[in-house]
Design a binder for this molecule. Sequence first.
Ligand code: NAP
Length: 240
Amino acid sequence: MKTLLILTGHTKGLGHAILEKFCEFLDTHIVALSRGSLEINHPRITEVPLDLSDLDALETQLPKVFPKEAFDRYVLINNAGWIGEVKPVGKLNPKGIQRALNLNLVAPMILMDAFVKAYGPSEGQKVICNISSGAAHRPLSGWGEYCASKAGLAMFSQVANEELKELGFRVFSLAPGIVDTAMQSEIRQAELNDFPALGRFMEYKSEGLLSTPEEVAAKIFYLIQHPGLFTEVVQDVRRF
Ligand SMILES: NC(=O)c1ccc[n+]([C@@H]2O[C@H](COP(=O)([O-])OP(=O)(O)OC[C@H]3O[C@@H](n4cnc5c(N)ncnc54)[C@H](OP(=O)(O)O)[C@@H]3O)[C@@H](O)[C@H]2O)c1
């Protein structure tokens, strides 16, 4: 199946594992957006270096993100994310709040809207997978920016799925579980005073409870291959 994948946050962690998983399939054209670049020299992979929390820059780059050619399947995976400032309300910074909300919520909304404009009338399968978190549905002290942004993304995904099913889109908000990436290292560097659950996150690592990015990417790939098997918008990879 000739597939277009638009993927954010491909340079490391879960996004990089998703990129590699899709690369196994020769008929996939990939547009990948992160601040950095892997300097990939491949005719089917286009890297667009971009800070997604800079919304003006995102708007300027949008025309480069959506190829005009026809595909059998169109996939958008909003994966890029940041844990935000790990601090309680009252110790946050305006710029940190903006950066977290722009990257985790507003940029995915803008990309979804543009994806629907670009491919809404197209034939073929259309799947949007927003990488969310269990934290979208559970408050955690010190994670106000992160929880709020992921909760917003989960709700936007549910609204979009309602609105877009007539156009043949499926939208998912997917929690990937606890994955051994740079984001988890950053979480473990938080101050205990600011993040009371720090000890629990240290134990996840020391007890080997984190999934590998490759394990989770394989599950996301399965979801994209078989969207009809998943009826709910909100999904958690630990349940499949
Ligand atoms: N790891 C976990 O346990 C866990 C748990 C639940 C949910 N998640 C979610 O899973 C997703 C992937 O997380 P991860 O753990 O793989 O994180 P990660 O290892 O920190 O990787 C984040 C990716 O996003 C890109 N990125 C970060 N800031 C960006 C920006 N301003 N503009 C453009 N790209 C940016 C990074 O590339 P550059 O640095 O090159 O920009 C990188 O490729 C996130 O949405 C996260 O919230 C992770």
